[in-house]
Ligand binder design. Structure first.
Ligand code: LLP
Length: 434
């Protein structure tokens, strides 16, 4: 995080507070969110894409009431992908008109809740859903704005499980197969739906712009065809080109994501050029960053519980450092072979660095947080390690595997720490029993 410091006397602070104090006050494992980092990334996005564009924070990366209010106050819109995310956002006072609703299988109650709240738009993802939403909007007596989600045939340069735009997958309508045009026609037939834009999301943790260029090209090609087919008048309100999320972040010191301003400028230029080529007015751009806003500013603090030096073939040994969380608070290494970086933060150490594997406390050998890292040889039980860049898709994908209780989340800013999600307790586990 931007607000992380290590003094000459080796006191590590987050948002001005020594990590040892945070651990004592709130316990471990602990997610520590640097509020200024989160907020300034929101502002950077708005500045980089310009006032005429729309920036939606993808709440799936990490959402709670406090985060929804930061996003609201910084002037962004919000993407939700379930009734639960919608409820948390509304409960926090997020203005419904700035909420967009995603998902490939929104239930009727979810659509009803969205329409009743007056969400800005719903991103429709199947013909069934178009009919369902038409019925829901009709029953409510409203005309609901929608985007049609399309697949543009791009596979972003990222891990297989997180690329979502090659055509043989569950999201969106294929452009090349003609499904997208059929969806547009269906929306035009629906009296209670108003088509205001097109949407695509090509993947996540992307460092290159090429995929977005292809997406814009294909989407504007589709729009050109739609204008020719349905006429300028009927298509005039289709003004939003939503290119989804995906901007990558640095997890390791060696990662080099493109600077945000360069990325945003390139995106704006290429969309304008593609619109001109298609003979269309330049659309308003929307983007949906999740990871790039929430990811970098959070660290997870763990306490080391045990150390084990395991003998390997050839007389080698590997040091296993077990911490008090694991795959229940960060599934990403096990699920995507994601890499993380950590440091000993409870004190300084002059001891020689040794190769260590940071593992969790779950009953599974794949419960690895960092496969290979360096830690001082004297790091041991009671010491704290901080894993960086855990703000996106860690808490939000957390589980209660082995009945571990979810960690607390604390926000730090200007030397003060505030609990924004309390730690789960054994009573929370027992509370589900009937
Ligand atoms: N918009 C849509 C429609 C999405 O599906 C996603 C992410 C985003 C925006 C935000 O993408 P971001 O800017 O955060 O890359 N669990 C995976 C990532 C899955 C992303 C799913 N959709 C991970 O931990 O890497």
């Amino acid at each position: 995080p931007r607000g992380a410091t290590r003094d000459t006397d080796d006191v590590v602070r987050l948002g001005g507070i020594p990590v040892t104090e945070l651990a004592t006050q709130f316990g471990t494992p602990l997610f520590v969110v640097d509020e200024d980092d989160f907020r300034s990334r929101c502002r950077d996005m708005v500045r980089a894409f310009g006032a005429e564009s729309r920036v939606h924070y993808a709440s799936k990366a990490f959402l709670c009431g406090e985060v929804a209010r930061w996003v609201r106050d910084e002037g962004l819109s919000l993407d939700v992908a379930s009734g639960g995310e919608l409820a948390v956002a509304l409960n926090a006072g997020f203005p419904a008109a700035r909420i967009a609703v995603h998902g490939n299988n929104k239930s009727v109650p979810e659509l009803e809740a969205a329409v009743a709240a007056g969400v800005g738009h719903v991103v429709v993802d199947s013909l069934f859903e178009i009919d369902r939403l038409e019925a829901v909007a009709g029953a409510a007596g409203v005309v609901q704005n929608v985007l049609v989600r399309v697949t543009v045939g791009v596979e972003a340069h990222t891990h297989e499980y997180i690329s979502t735009a090659h055509e043989d997958q569950k999201f969106g309508f294929s452009i090349s197969g003609g499904d997208a045009m059929e969806a547009l026609a269906r929306v035009f037939e629906a009296d209670n739906l108003r088509l205001v834009g097109l949407h695509s999301h090509i993947g996540s943790q992307i460092f290159e712009i090429d995929g977005f260029e292809i997406a814009a090209h294909r989407m504007l090609g589709l729009l050109r065809e739609a204008v020719d087919k349905f006429g300028v008048e009927r298509t005039a309100q289709i003004s939003l080109l939503d290119l989804g999320g995906g901007l990558g972040i640095s997890y390791l010191p060696s990662d080099a994501p493109p600077p945000l301003d360069t990325f945003a400028d390139k995106l704006r230029v290429l969309v304008a050029r593609e619109a001109e080529l298609a003979g269309l007015p330049v659309p308003r751009i929307a983007v949906e960053p999740g990871r790039a806003i929430a990811g970098p500013g959070t660290v997870t603090l763990y306490e080391i519980g045990t150390i084990k030096d395991v003998s390997l073939d050839g007389g080698l040994r590997r040091r296993y450092v077990s911490v008090d969380g694991g795959m229940s608070d960060n599934i990403r290494p096990a699920l995507y072979q994601a890499d993380y970086h950590c440091q000993l933060v409870s004190r300084g150490s002059q001891a020689e660095p040794v190769v260590a594997r940071i593992v969790g406390k779950h009953c599974e050998s794949g419960d690895i947080i960092i496969r290979d890292t360096w830690l001082p040889a004297d790091a041991g039980p009671g010491d704290l390690v901080a894993v960086a860049g855990t703000g996106a898709y860690c808490y939000s994908m957390s589980s209660r595997y082995n009945m571990l209780t979810r960690p607390a989340v604390v926000a730090v800013a200007d030397g003060t720490a505030r609990l924004i999600l309390r730690r789960e307790t054994i009573d929370d586990l027992l509370g589900l029993e009937v």
